[in-house]
Ligand binder design. Sequence first.
Ligand code: BJW
Ligand code: ZN
Length: 223
Amino acid sequence: MLTGAGVSAESGVPTFRGQGGIWERHRPEDLATPQAFARDPALVWRWYHWRRRLIHACRPNPAHLALAELEARLPGFNLITQNVDGLHRLAGSRAPLEIHGNLWFVRCLDCGERREERRLDLPAPPSCPLCGGLLRPDVVWFGENLDQELLERAWQAAQEAEVMLVVGTSAVVRPAASLATAAKRAGAFVIEVNLEPPPNSSQVDVSLLGKAGQVLPALLEAS
Ligand code: BJW
Ligand code: ZN
């Protein structure tokens, strides 16, 4: 499985692109780049502060739950997610590969210490308890490398997959989007679940149009 923001949309988490998406109102380069954080850490942190509070109130939806149930039923199941909201784990998925990080973790710019941070009363960037350095959300911004070990495991899962479901992603951000292409090239049967038809239909074998929260439980029912 490869999931994106569309999987969490029905939980009330805004997507990035498209109607009502976050990038409609904000420029990605102002908020989701290391340069933006270096320029104005308070501004970038305020944006995460807003999202953390919003996401804290969101619950997993039937799409997350169906994926957790599929994992329990299918040996050799792998879940790769671009989402940073932590909702897959909350739904019971055991080991989602969160290749774009997780906004409930922070990382020190100076000493690299990574820790869980769930407090919601942090309107300004906190400082590191070990060295006093600036803490940033432990997510992957544009221009940054993904965690190499996680990415390696994701590549391997994609290349070994017999079937790959690509759910609720616009599949424009790399290298995540390339995982589906790699799976297809290695012989996987690729199924896309999205509200919209895929821009490049030669990349998928089947396109299921609809809400992830309806399509995935229906697939589970049929399996
Ligand atoms: C529903 C639904 C419902 C709605 N049911 N469906 C090659 C060429 C050109 C550029 C690059 C390249 N390789 C790398 C790059 C640069 C860049 C990139 O890809 N840019 C492109 C945009 C052009 N990539 C990177 O910088 C990556 N790093 C990297 O490659 O390092 C090496 C390198 C460095 C320097 C130069 C070159 C290479 C890192 C990417 C990090 C992305 N980070 C973000 C923010 C994370 C933190 C945070 O959340 O704050 O990740 S950006 C944002 O986009 C977020 C998402 O995970 C990611 C993907 O979005 P997603 O999940 O697909 O959401 P949407 O909103 O786009 O789509 C939602 C979909 O759901 C839509 O299709 C809807 O229709 C659908 N939907 N409701 C089903 N109910
Ligand atoms: Zn530190």
